[in-house]
Design a protein around this ligand. Structure first.
Ligand code: FES
Ligand code: FES
Length: 193
């Protein structure tokens, strides 16, 4: 993003959003949220607007691999960063393991919260694999990561609300996807050894 001219009042800037591997350069009003930029300017409507005030998690996307509530982040703050939305998590025709698990285990009803749940779950599984503790972790000093059990999943996913109450299936889907992703990682490491 170009720096503003000293003394000038600027209300918009040209930014580049790297979304799902594609660069988009666009002018945005400084007040535009990342959520509105994605939905209204780039037509990526998979990311949902629920509360628009950081309470429901429907707008969750990944920014540089970390979970972010796009309704609370200004688009200018995402300039140049790597953004992944629900439209970008599959590998071509192959669904992401978290998407497949939600589909197989009915981790949704109306589906409105689902893009945010899936983006959040992808990051949860990676955070857990990296050894990040949560408020449900009994021993934060343990050398081995605790299992991603239902208590851990519920705590780590607690920022994503589901008005349909599909929580039981969501927890099952996240647990199954985590098992699959951990098994895949182990197989890759074994093959490389
Ligand atoms: S729309 Fe962003 S948290 Fe609800
Ligand atoms: S599936 Fe309807 S809000 Fe979650």
């Amino acid at each position: 993003m170009a720096p503003p001219t000293p003394g000038a009042t600027t209300t918009s800037s040209g930014i580049t959003l790297n979304v799902n591997g594609e660069k988009h350069t666009l002018p945005v009003d400084h007040r535009t949220t990342l959520l509105d930029a994605l939905r209204e300017r780039l037509d990526l409507t998979g990311t949902k607007k629920g509360c628009d005030q950081g309470q429901c998690g429907a707008c969750t996307v990944l920014v540089d691999g970390r979970r972010s509530l796009s309704c609370l982040q200004l688009a200018v703050a995402a300039d140049g960063r790597e953004i992944t939305t629900i439209e970008g998590v599959a590998d071509g025709d192959r669904l992401h393991p978290v998407q497949q698990a939600f589909l197989d285990l009915d981790g949704y009803q109306c589906g409105y919260c689902t893009p945010g749940q899936i983006c959040s779950a992808i990051a949860v599984i990676e955070e857990h694999a990296a050894g990040w503790p949560s408020a449900a972790t009994a021993d934060v000093g343990a050398e081995a990561a605790p299992p991603l059990d239902p208590d851990e999943i519920r705590e780590r996913m607690s920022g994503n609300l589901c008005r349909c109450g599909a929580y039981v299936s969501i927890v099952r889907a996240v647990a199954r996807a985590a098992e699959e992703m951990q098994a895949d990682d182990a197989a890759v490491k074994e093959a490389a050894a």
